[in-house]
Design a protein around this ligand. Structure first.
Ligand code: ADP
Ligand code: MG
Length: 295
């Protein structure tokens, strides 16, 4: 028997390195007319590196000690920023102590008990109740102006330093943004939990003008809902636990497989298994071809 068009399209998508989970999804992919893209791990490679280690003078901590404490708190996390911090500590052969009471807050950061003290690592804006005027916030802002992601480290609630982290843009990011914009007939939107500075810099490099930064997971959902209420069928592409609610609520959700969290992979309608963004416009085209054969 000849295979129904949507099934052969799924097989074809598989050859491109995209796992499309059902014929219904294969069909829906071709209907999208708007796109929302995550930043870290989606438009960037998802293997960020620690570029700056800056203890606050008042903390009395050395660079190594600051990194060791942050790595301990991040050790149980699967976030790309966590892996960058743990790798940096390993590279310096710092012993990473085991932790207790690990808590992860998607879109904000982590905290844990390390050697009897509470260490928190995360977004400067989300970690402190009263961030204005603090030296740590000024330090973080300086790094963010250079396009870095700055994470704040606190010890028993007191800021002790800032880490600068940078990730490389994917080679095919700009061409994929352009291809998706053309296919959807509307310019893609950037939805990120990262700071507005780093977000704006990356957006300008890939040709995105609509930037929504500093978003919590639920805020990403709100952006998608706003677009869908305006009559759009939104394709969301993301990789993190923080993207899962948006992937679930969108018309179609695609997760980046290599660095993606299990929750994102399970929630998404399709998974990019071969780590190439350009496969996404390719499967949208496959869907459109198959739909022409179905009708
Ligand atoms: P994106 O939407 O770009 O993928 P996330 O929502 O995962 O980013 O993270 C948003 C921000 O929250 C990060 O820029 C960082 O400041 C903070 N954050 C989230 N998870 C962690 C973590 N494990 N360690 C440190 N900071 C974190
Ligand atoms: Mg991400």
């Amino acid at each position: 028997a000849t295979m129904p068009p949507l099934l052969s399209a799924i097989a074809n998508a598989g050859r491109h390195g995209v796992l499309v989970k059902s014929a219904v999804v294969m069909e829906r992919l071709g209907q999208v007319d708007a796109v929302a893209l995550d930043k870290t791990g989606t438009l960037t490679e998802g293997t960020p590196r620690v570029t700056d280690i800056r203890p606050l003078a008042a903390s009395g901590l050395s660079e190594g000690e600051l990194l060791r404490l942050a790595a301990a708190a991040e050790h149980p996390s699967e976030h790309p920023l966590a892996r960058a911090i743990v790798d940096a500590a390993r590279l310096r052969s710092l012993g990473i102590p085991l932790v207790e009471d690990f808590v992860s807050t998607p879109g904000a950061g982590v905290s844990a008990r390390v050697e009897g003290r509470t260490v928190a690592v995360g977004s400067p804006a989300r970690l402190l109740d009263n961030p204005t005027g603090r030296p740590s916030i000024a330090m973080a802002a300086g790094l963010e102006e250079e396009g870095r992601t700055a994470v704040l480290v606190t010890l028993d609630g007191t800021p002790v330093g800032v880490l600068g982290i940078a990730d490389r843009l994917r080679e095919e990011a700009a061409t994929t943004v352009a291809a998706l914009g053309e296919l959807a007939g509307s310019a893609p939107v950037l939805v990120t939990g990262d700071n507005p500075c780093a977000a704006a810099r990356l957006a300008s490099e890939v040709g995105i003008t609509d930037v929504r930064a500093g978003l919590l997971p639920q805020d990403k959902v709100s952006v998608v809902q706003e677009m869908e209420q305006a009559g759009r069928k939104v394709l969301v592409v993301g990789d993190g636990v923080n993207d899962a609610p948006a992937l679930a609520s969108a018309h179609t959700g695609i997760a980046m497989g290599r660095a993606g969290s299990d929750l994102a992979l399970e929630t998404a309608d399709a998974v990019v298994v071969r780590d190439e963004l350009a496969t996404i416009p390719a499967v949208v085209r496959l869907s459109r071809q198959a739909r022409r054969l179905v009708v």
